[in-house]
Design a protein around this ligand. Structure first.
Ligand SMILES: Nc1ncnc2c1ncn2[C@@H]1O[C@H](COP(=O)(O)OP(=O)(O)OP(=O)(O)O)[C@@H](O)[C@H]1O
Length: 253
């Protein structure tokens, strides 16, 4: 199996603090992978490094063999990394459909002039986008709410919409930052099914940060545990979760 994501020697400091120190990870294509660790361990900072929000002090990031180190957020998104955020970020006043279409805009193009003049190509592209967005919404069971304002959806569905929008950019790697945060047990159980489905249906490679151990042990095949910015342990999920050092540093909290 080939690596979809290959990261080596990744570090960044904020002032005197080494938030991420010599981080490495290999994720195979189609793998469902978890990044866990105590609060402040550096997990979100790693997502910010992988997506170009921060530039690493050292290290390399390869996506499907392509070197993304030091690239901008836009270039990295185009190259195939999409993410969701710890605090949901949707276009709250836009419809559910338009939120997904905002993701599709990455690869459907008409010129600004074609758009302003409403030239035929504009209508053709808009129609194709409507259809594609609806297909994606169906996958998430959100097609019935396509005209709702995003902010009027219940919390669990907003999370799903955020994932749908990320998938609309046709990523090679999907990063989910605490997808179950703020969810009740029913919503979490449904979310687990959705994430598993996204992997199976789209063959998606997924890296997720999560504190909910039920979700982590339920769907992740491999884990990397981060502690004080450093990798404490990497391996198959059950092996990692029964590692005494991991229990001491994290699970025993
Ligand atoms: N832009 C920044 N400037 C200064 N310090 C930062 C910055 N971003 C993160 N940090 C620090 O880096 C460390 C790692 O933070 P990070 O948010 O990555 O942790 P985390 O593992 O995602 O935590 P949580 O589980 O609470 O979300 C923290 O000490 C944080 O305060």
């Amino acid at each position: 199996m080939s690596d979809m994501l290959n990261v080596k020697g990744l570090s960044i400091s904020f002032g005197g603090l080494k938030a991420v120190n010599n981080f490495a990870i290999n994720i195979e294509k189609g793998q469902l992978y978890g990044l866990i660790g105590p609060n402040g361990a550096g997990k979100t900072t790693i997502f910010n490094l992988l997506t170009g929000v921060y530039k690493p002090d050292t290290g390399t990031i390869l996506l499907d063999g392509q070197n993304l180190t030091g690239k901008s957020t836009t270039d990295i998104n185009k190259a195939g990394i999409a993410r969701t955020f710890q605090n949901i970020r949707l276009f709250k006043d836009l419809s559910v459909l338009d939120n997904v279409k905002a993701g599709l805009h990455n690869h459907h193009t008409y010129s600004t002039l074609e758009g302003i003049l409403r030239l035929p190509r504009y209508y053709k592209v808009e129609k194709e986008m409507d259809e594609e967005a609806m297909e994606l919404l169906k996958v998430f069971g959100l097609d019935g709410e396509c005209d709702f304002k995003a902010s009027n959806l219940p919390y669990g569905k907003q999370r799903k919409l955020e994932i749908a929008r990320a998938l609309a950019t046709e990523p090679k790697l999907l990063l989910l930052d605490e997808p179950a945060a703020g969810m009740n047990p029913n919503e979490t159980a449904e979310l687990m099914e959705t994430i598993r489905f996204v992997r199976d249906h789209f063959g998606m490679t997924i890296l997720l940060i999560e504190h909910d151990m039920k979700l982590v042990s339920g769907i992740c095949e491999r884990l990397t545990v981060l502690n004080f910015g450093q990798v404490l342990c990497t391996g198959p999920t059950q092996e990692v979760l029964s590692n005494p050092e991991v229990i001491k540093a994290y699970l025993g909290e």
